[in-house]
Design a protein around this ligand. Structure first.
Ligand code: CA
Length: 220
């Protein structure tokens, strides 16, 4: 028995999904169609999606921001967990991806809860602050440009309400952050981000080794 997280062999992972996964038909179609995409690795895993569904329900989140939409699996997981009057601001720069996401949102009946903003994430976050939205968001999911993680952070912090939560994806970056020989720009950016969050006493934080590493950061 190890004190670290269990190693998910293929056999354990199959079992794990078999006793947990609750996807509806639209979500399964989104995930399976996206798995054939050339950038399929950008899609979150289904268990991470279901975890985010749970977070949205636990927070009773009605206002959410997503930075990095891709083809919409994560936004589906969050939007369907919100009440009908909930609002998810979905931020991405690639219309080619978000056109697919929009199809799935419509098919799932949650399109009216999603407000797509096709612009660089930093611009949209600054716009939201200018629009008077500081302190109003319950949940922010960050999965956009890794070199910008540390720049999103102070804006996201201002946009969150007290007790609101940021969930930040890819914080273990395929394990490369633990390899000092890896000095790539994205790897160093994630290292700097992780260190900054760890040292920020304005927030509660933890990091889960789910997917590619997911940090949960709660505004005190
Ligand atoms: Ca990701």
């Amino acid at each position: 028995m190890s004190s670290s997280s269990i190693n998910l062999t293929d056999q354990v992972y199959e079992y794990y999904l078999s006793v947990t996964l609750r996807e509806d038909e639209v979500m399964r179609r989104c995930r399976e169609e996206t798995a054939r995409h050339e950038w399929a690795g950008m899609q979150i895993s289904p268990e991470q999606g279901q975890f985010m569904t749970m977070l949205v329900k636990l927070l009773d989140a009605r206002k959410i921001i997503e930075l990095g939409v891709f083809t919409g699996y994560s936004s589906l997981c969050m939007a369907r967990a919100m009440p009908a009057d909930g609002k998810l601001i979905a931020c991405d720069v690639k219309k080619e991806y978000t056109d697919k996401a929009t199809e799935y949102w419509k098919a799932a009946g949650v399109a009216d809860r999603v407000e797509l903003r096709l612009a660089p994430a930093l611009d949209t976050l600054a716009d939201l602050l200018r629009e008077g939205e500081a302190g109003s968001f319950d949940f922010i999911f960050v999965d956009a440009i890794k070199e910008e993680y540390s720049d999103y952070y102070p804006l996201n912090y201002r946009l969150l309400r007290r007790g609101g939560l940021m969930a930040v994806d890819n914080v273990l970056w395929g394990g490369s952050v633990a390899n000092p020989d890896n000095q790539k720009a994205e790897t160093n950016a994630i290292r700097a981000f992780n260190k900054m969050v760890h040292e920020d006493d304005r927030v509660d934080m933890c990091m889960l080794p789910v997917g590619d590493g997911l940090s949960l950061i709660r505004k005190r």
